[in-house]
Design a protein around this ligand. Structure first.
Ligand code: M6R
Length: 609
């Protein structure tokens, strides 16, 4: 859950390291540090705090050297203090490392190293790696690192430099993500492409138990036993501009506004003459897809909410039985899986440890794995049988926004594709449903133009302590997502509930201080019932903020505020309905003077289980 970046170059690396680690700050922001080698000496600057605060204090740009490492931390072992911040170093301050992951046998290793006279400066699990490399060092940093790795149990993405070999940067990976970037007269390592996209779009994805040995002009990948491995160099097609704020105050707001474009890109090439064209992306043939008898969706957080909406789509239109599991719980049950079970993993980052563990478990049990992933080349992408990408571009804000709506779009496309293969819908109906989907980006544009109205409502209720979000059918997961957005960025306690379930408990919370956001779009299934639920809230003095369909005048009589969204198909209206909820959360946070891009305690990419 930390971010690491390393560079070996023919130029000073401090500014590039600082820029890179800032782009990784979404991975962890409780402390930050940097090390460079200058005149065969390690020079380290680090402290607890966000990068901007620490940089003001220590001025990272002052560091000199053509090789260095940087790290932003989300603490697991040891609280966020200067001592526990990375980089860590050995007893002689010759070897320095940055690490993302957890060393499971660190207590035993630490005890062994202390008994040999090693002195520790921090309470982290990471520091043992620096001392372990020192313990194995006989003049060759590559050999020492490889020997140390053989003694380590756990997960790591690691960057290592040594003052005695100032031209070599070593990287290693087991379970935690790490890429190598190929530049001109410089090479890079990073947790994520966002950190280096400005300098290169050529990357090598390290696999488990692989090491990379980088000099400014060469990159060699080896296994842990020192055997050379041939790897592909991949070209990333993300525009580096997308990883910038482009005039927006926060990435979250920029990414909310990017949704029409992200949806358009997710649709591009997938609709041909009104037919869905996924056959060339799916590694399953029609017979395999026809034989699927059950789908299990695994995901975490916002992606799990997308999964719940996907369940509704697949059951309603493709007539397939679906279950949605928290990825973190999946392994601790004994799910019934056979060769006709399709497991769909949904993940923006493609690196969420629980989701990765769930697909590995499902594979062991014989399921086929289809992933819906945003980050190409990520672990989930590479370990799945088939992948459908969301073309959202890099999502930097910790609160997921454009990844969510594009996940819903991919689920909708996949649903219609399955419906056509399984003949649960006829061609004409599918064409009609596709046509409505095509209009979604424009409808979202018009919805985003109502931002000021949404901002006003956020401002009125920003000081409330609690909020309820209610929805039925496919709008229930949207209610959950609205509540998650609000709590994670504004720290207002919020709960999402199926609207009717409110009567079975949460109704006790309703009084004149309780804002209740109700998803009340017009549909043949639930609209009337939702109006009834609104009456129940009003009768107890609650405040209603309704998300309703354009032209609905009835709801105005009941609700305190109405935010209208364009009229569309019921399923698609859920994709529109989430946008005002994202904006409500964003403005509640910024009006409370909070930074929605870096909510406390959270990391964007949760790479530990
Ligand atoms: O990268 P993933 O989609 O696998 O991430 C899953 C969750 O960690 C993520 O959605 C998280 O809940 C976000 N903070 C939501 O805004």
């Amino acid at each position: 859950m930390c971010g690491i970046v390393g560079i070996v170059s023919d130029n000073n690396v401090a500014n590039k390291l600082l820029d890179g680690v800032k782009r990784l700050e979404y991975r962890g922001y409780d402390s930050v540090g940097m090390v460079c080698i200058n005149s065969n000496k390690l020079v380290i600057k680090k402290d607890a705090g966000k990068i901007e605060e620490v940089d003001k204090k220590v001025n990272f740009s002052e560091l000199k050297g053509n090789i260095g490492l940087a790290h932003c931390r989300w603490s697991t072992h040891g609280s966020p203090t200067k001592e526990n911040a990375h980089p860590h170093f050995d007893c002689k301050s010759k070897i320095s490392i940055v690490h993302n992951g957890i060393i499971e046998n660190f207590s035993e290793l630490k005890e062994m190293l202390i008994s040999k006279g090693h002195k520790f400066n921090s309470l982290t699990d990471t520091e043992v790696i620096a001392h372990l490399i020192e313990d194995n060092f006989k003049g060759d940093i590559e050999e020492a690192t490889s020997a140390a790795l053989k003694q380590i149990e756990g997960s790591y993405a690691l960057g290592v430099i040594c003052a005695d070999s100032p031209e070599i940067l070593i990287a290693a990976r087991n379970e935690s993500p790490l890429i190598v970037g190929i530049g001109k007269n410089e090479n890079f390592i990073a947790s994520d492409v966002a950190a280096i996209l400005k300098h290169t779009n050529k990357v090598i994805y390290l696999d488990n138990n692989e090491m990379a040995i980088l000099t400014k002009n060469n990159v060699q990948i080896k296994n842990i036993d020192g055997e050379i491995i041939k790897k592909n160099i991949n070209e990333i097609d993300w525009d580096s501009e997308l990883a910038e704020k482009a005039g927006y105050e926060h990435f979250m707001l920029k990414e909310i506004h990017e949704q029409p474009r992200a949806i358009t890109e997710t649709l591009n090439g997938r609709i041909e003459n009104g037919n869905i064209n996924l056959a060339n992306e799916l590694n399953f043939n029609e017979r395999e897809l026809k034989n699927i008898s059950r789908i299990i969706i695994v995901a975490c957080g916002t992606s799990w909410h997308a999964g719940l909406a996907g369940e509704f789509m697949l059951e309603e239109l493709a007539k397939l039985p679906v279950e949605v599991e928290y990825a973190s719980e999946f392994r601790y049950r004994n799910p019934i899986i056979n060769g006709n079970t399709l497991v769909i993993a949904i993940s923006q980052s493609g690196e969420t440890a629980d989701t990765l563990a769930a697909i590995r478990e499902a594979k062991k049990k014989g399921a086929k794995i289809l992933s819906i992933v945003n980050a190409k080349g990520s672990s989930i992408d590479r370990e799945s049988d088939s992948v459908l990408y969301t073309f959202a571009g890099p999502e930097i804000g910790v609160a997921s926004t454009k990844a969510f709506t594009t996940q819903l779009v991919v689920l909708y496309l996949f649903t219609l594709y399955m419906s056509s293969i399984r003949d649960s819908l006829n061609k004409e109906t599918i064409k009609d449903l596709m046509g409505k989907l095509r209009k979604l980006p424009l409808e979202m544009e018009s919805l985003l133009s109502k931002e000021k109205e949404i901002r006003k409502i956020a401002n009125i209720y920003k000081d409330k302590h609690n909020a309820l979000f209610l929805g039925r059918g496919i709008n229930f997961p949207i209610a959950l997502e609205g509540a998650l957005k609000l709590k994670e960025v504004s720290y207002i306690h919020a709960e999402g509930y199926p609207a009717a379930e409110m009567k079975h408990g949460p109704i006790a919370l309703i009084d004149k201080n309780m804002p209740v956001v109700v998803l009340a779009t017009k549909d043949i299934y639930t609209y009337k019932k939702v109006l009834g639920n609104i009456q129940e809230v009003k009768a107890r003095g609650g405040i209603i903020i309704a998300i309703a369909s354009d032209g609905d005048s009835e709801i105005k009589k009941l609700a305190d505020h109405v935010l209208y969204i364009p009229n569309t198909l019921y399923i698609l209206s859920s994709i529109l309905a989430v946008v005002p909820l994202q904006l409500l959360a964003y403005y509640a946070a910024t009006d409370r003077k909070l930074d929605p891009d870096k909510p406390r305690n959270l990391s964007k990419s949760v790479t530990v289980e």
